[in-house]
Design a protein around this ligand. Structure first.
Ligand code: SF4
Length: 325
């Protein structure tokens, strides 16, 4: 029997009403618009796209910070919209989030020990404070910090160390799935690889599944089994990480890949760079046809009026008229 996804997202739409004043026309931001994908157990789904493409909103909808207006999220076979009481609390324990900004996401007035213990107290894990304290020490070691860091405050740590504290806090309740929302974007390049390696090691040791959100395709490729590319609230291409990285199909994926710096200037020149003209359109007033049509170097008249639906092309799902037969 083939393995089932741990998380399935189907036709998900998360919209926000941003209308100002009662006499103005309704303005709706379509942050996530008809997105579908699966995450298999013990794997990483990398989600990429420029800032404002809806990837963080998608992550926050999965952890139930936002409610979708349509579509479904199924976790271990259960539609999470149906969860209430104990089951909802269990979901909030099973699915954790690591935030982008390690400076803003930790309470500066709490010690590291208090920060990591807090979710254990909320979820009623362990009976005594000593048990929780022992677990904090264990978690500090897991994320590469020292046991005596337990009594220190976030301000005493570097950005990379703070992100390790954020990871320890997420692990405190023994989750099954972690939404990693740009966990390395705010860190120095030299520290980014260390945090990615730590997340990979933890996944290997604990059998976790990740949704890893980033705007840097090269880093996502390193950690991901599957990659999804988002543009203006839509998933424009998804499939195995290697295939997408080495042979992008969607013109937007190709442009994102060509923007990755190549250390060898000769190789970089030979490869060329696709420079996208113009800005990302407003999600309040997206193009009528393909969301990428205002910037796509391969756009045709049809692209301006007809929205492409995702179709299977080999190992990939691609939403582009170029691949329709
Ligand atoms: Fe470009 Fe048209 Fe494909 Fe959209 S559908 S990505 S505009 S070629």
């Amino acid at each position: 029997m083939s393995e089932k996804p741990i998380l399935s997202v189907r036709n998900l739409k998360t919209y926000f009403d941003v209308t100002k004043g009662i006499f103005t026309k309704k303005q709706i931001v379509k942050a996530v618009d008809d997105v579908s994908f699966d995450v298999m157990p013990h794997t990483t789904f990398g989600l990429v796209g420029e800032s404002g493409c809806g990837k963080t909103t998608l992550g926050r909808t999965i952890v139930k910070i936002y409610d979708p207006v349509e579509g479904s999220i199924t976790f271990e076979g259960t539609d999470i919209a149906q969860l209430k009481g104990k089951e909802l609390k269990q979901y909030r324990k099973d699915v954790q989030m690591i935030f982008q900004d390690p400076y803003a996401s930790l309470n500066p007035r709490m010690t590291v020990g208090e920060i990591i213990k807090e979710p254990m107290i909320i979820h009623g894990i362990y009976n005594t404070d000593q048990e929780r304290e022992d677990r904090v020490v264990e978690l500090l070691k897991t994320v590469g910090l020292k046991p005596d860091h337990i009594r220190r405050y976030p301000a005493e740590f570097s950005g990379g160390q703070r992100q390790r504290i954020g990871i320890a806090r997420a692990l405190a309740v023994d989750p099954k799935f972690i939404v990693c929302d740009e966990p390395i974007s705010a860190l120095d390049v030299s520290i980014q690889a260390q945090v990615v390696n730590l997340l990979e090691q933890i996944q290997h040791d604990l059998g976790l599944s990740y949704l890893f959100i980033a705007h840097d395709l090269s880093m996502v490729k390193h950690i991901s089994d599957t990659i999804g590319v988002m543009y203006l609230g839509h998933m424009v291409e998804s499939g195995p990480a290697n295939d997408i990285y080495h042979r992008p199909l969607h013109p937007y994926t190709a442009a994102l890949l060509s923007a990755i710096p190549i250390p060898d200037p000769n190789v970089a020149k030979a490869k060329g760079r696709i420079v996208l003209e113009g800005e990302i359109p407003s999600p309040i007033n997206p193009p009528a046809g393909c969301p990428f049509s205002t910037r796509c170097p391969k756009a045709t008249e049809r692209c301006k009026s007809e929205r492409p639906q995702p179709i299977q092309v080999g190992t990939r799902l691609v939403a582009c008229h170029l691949y329709e037969k």
